[in-house]
Design a protein around this ligand. Structure first.
Ligand SMILES: Cc1cc2nc3c(=O)[nH]c(=O)nc-3n(C[C@H](O)[C@H](O)[C@H](O)COP(=O)(O)OP(=O)(O)OC[C@H]3O[C@@H](n4cnc5c(N)ncnc54)[C@H](O)[C@@H]3O)c2cc1C
Length: 390
């Protein structure tokens, strides 16, 4: 059975591995060129960690661990206002956590299918037609090809979703923020901690990457949904939004790379009532984007991919039964985490000085071990693989 996967990110690559494992023939089309690296840091635990273990990837990922033993909150003068140790995360998720760069994870996942699964880079689908026993797609270069199934793993702005399920606006839920990030040289002697600085609806976050001497600057700011900001306008927009912020903000803005586009997007969840239609299904951010606030997007992308492949294997390619089983198992888990993430987003970046001081106080309280069960209930971050079979 030939299965086309649109998107070779975390969900697409994990799905390709497990489909191949269950005896299917996946083909991946990925829009970006080969060898994309870096991106941003992700916290990796629970379901994602479980699946990485099953794929034999943990040791390799450990080698790319970002040096981050804590999260520190500072004020405009760089004075520490609160600090949460990484062990808190491990207490909350009741298991290991592993901060890595998104690109490091993708590279490790790609390594597991190298030579086994065909990946076509710089390619995308432009049309999808479903007929009784297959799916015909047209690619951007005009070629047409038939497959048994099509899985959209092409992220929050999924083309598969648009072509088969309808426009993004039907499913997008804007959480009231924009985010942007880029790498730059670490001239600030950051140390092994992720540092947050908040002022009136804006937040700057910095941390070291897995490359010596490199760091990421991440910017979050409150904004209405105004769609994507054109690449050429992003840096100017950031400089405008963050003008007058204290701490090292101005130096971070001055240090933006001239030769690399700044990543910028709205903070948008994708909320859908169903994830499959005929011979087409969605996985990962394409159907259930939770945003970085949940810190579980990678886990749910890998968990969804694993369970979808497993359901197809168990139902011997009967896509109706398999898609229904996958959705029954995954959709409530994603819905719950999306709800939690929306609750967190409401207080993520205070708009007043008092709000920021209160947030620091709350962080100091949360640092106490006794609060781990409260956080556990709030985030629901345990592995979904421990919950039973589909
Ligand atoms: C700044 C930031 C920080 C985050 N931090 C965390 C965190 O700490 N923990 C966590 O779990 N999650 C985090 N997330 C979320 C996490 O990155 C996503 O949930 C996860 O990557 C989803 O995986 P995916 O494969 O579904 O989508 P993506 O990773 O977005 O992959 C989609 C892939 O599809 C490709 N693609 C897109 N369109 C097309 C097309 N038309 N044709 C072909 N290919 C296409 C893209 O190039 C990409 O390779 C963060 C996200 C951001 C932006």
């Amino acid at each position: 059975m030939r299965i086309l996967i649109s998107g070779g990110g975390v969900a697409g690559l994990t799905l390709a591995y497990w489909l191949h494992h269950h005896g299917f023939t996946p083909v991946v089309v990925e829009r970006s060129p080969q060898g994309r690296v870096g991106g941003y840091g992700i916290d990796f635990f629970g379901t994602g960690y479980d699946i990485a273990e099953r794929m034999g990837l943990v040791q390799r990922l450990e080698r790319g661990r970002i040096p981050a033993d804590s999260v520190t909150f500072v004020d405009a003068d760089g004075r520490v206002r609160a600090r949460l140790k990484r062990t808190l995360v491990e207490n909350v998720v009741r298991g290991p956590s592993l901060p890595v760069m998104h690109g490091t994870l993708e590279k490790a996942l790609a390594g597991t299918i190298s030579g086994l699964v065909e990946i076509r880079h710089e390619q995308t689908i432009t049309e999808v037609r479903q007929a009784g026993d297959g799916v015909a797609v047209t690619f951007a270069d005009g070629r047409e090809e038939g497959f048994d199934l099509l899985i959209g793993a092409d992220g929050v702005h999924s083309v598969t979703r648009r072509l088969v399920f309808g426009p993004e606006r039907d499913y997008a839920r804007h959480l009231g923020y924009h985010l942007a990030c880029y790498p730059l040289p670490d001239d600030h002697d950051l140390g092994p901690t992720r540092i947050h600085y908040t002022r009136r609806g804006r937040q700057v976050v910095v941390y070291r990457t897995d490359r010596p001497g490199e760091m990421i600057a991440l910017f979050l700011f409150k904004a209405q949904d105004e769609g994507g900001v054109p690449r050429a306008a992003r840096l100017a927009r950031l400089r405008d939004e963050f003008a007058g912020m204290g701490w090292i903000t101005q130096r971070l803005l001055d240090g933006a790379p001239a030769d690399e586009p700044v990543f910028m997007d709205t903070m948008t969840q994708i909320v859908m009532p169903g994830w499959h239609q005929g011979r087409v299904a969605l996985v990962g951010d394409a159907c259930g984007c939770m945003t970085l606030v949940s810190a579980q997007g990678v886990s749910m992308a890998m968990g969804g991919a694993f369970l979808l492949a497993e359901a197809l294997g168990r139902h011997r390619g009967d896509h109706r039964a398999a898609f229904a089983a996958y959705e029954r198992r995954m959709l409530p888990e994603v819905t719950r985490r999306q709800r939690n993430a929306r609750a967190v987003a409401r207080t993520l970046i205070p708009s007043t000085r008092l709000g920021t001081s209160t947030q620091h106080l709350v962080m100091r309280l949360l640092a106490r071990k006794a609060f781990a069960p409260v956080l556990r209930r709030r985030f629901g971050a345990g592995s979904i693989l421990a919950v039973g079979e589909a």
